[in-house]
Design a protein around this ligand. Sequence first.
Ligand code: PGA
Length: 249
Amino acid sequence: MKKKMIAGNWKMNGDVATALDIIAGITDAANQSQHDVVIAPPFVYLSLAAEKILSSKIQLGAQNLADQEVGAYTGEISAKMLADVGCQYVLVGHSERRQLYGETDLLVAQKTILALENGLVPILCVGETLEERESNQWKDVITTQLLSVVDHCGIDAFKNIIVAYEPVWAIGTGKSASADIANEVHEFIYYTLSCKSDNIRPSLKVLYGGSVTAENSAQYMSQEYIDGVLVGGASLKPSVFSEIIRSVE
Ligand code: PGA
């Protein structure tokens, strides 16, 4: 069986005490899990988190990275720096980055390349808005987002890329996509990438994200094409995130 992934995106929340509290509170569940448990704290807490998770099975990811390698880019954090402080993963193209900070498909592809070049596993987020879903454009939107990365990185790069389907209308809204809807989109993502190469399917992982809770996580995890979850709000509550981790067993 493919290992599943339970990833927590803390976004711009918390402080040192919160970070320590979450890590302490999820360590047992992570250590007992057969699956990959990843946290993505804000940049400034990455080093602290790296130190605290050292003797646990928790893995570290960042929420974003610069689209440049090195140099005079005030305020930016490079892929190399993330790897240097112990990150193994980095979110790329989260819808909040696309919508609030104007990240285009091209920029997302450039960031994906830099992540891969520096040994990080990009968690590439894709997903449609409510308007796009209602006008039945979700397939086009997701195809464009995926193929932009295929065009720039090559299909083989997807052996080292995790895809996260995060419908924009389900993020932070409490309106999660039903397990059936999510599974349908995940199957479409598998299909779209498999059309480019037969070799992708065995290693591909597609996570679902958008209002995942301890109550609905097991339903997602039991779907054929859902290989894990990317959790926002609920990852800030250690007892809830632990329950989500345990819901996979
Ligand atoms: P949410 O966020 O679980 O709070 O909806 C998910 C995400 O944006 O990764």
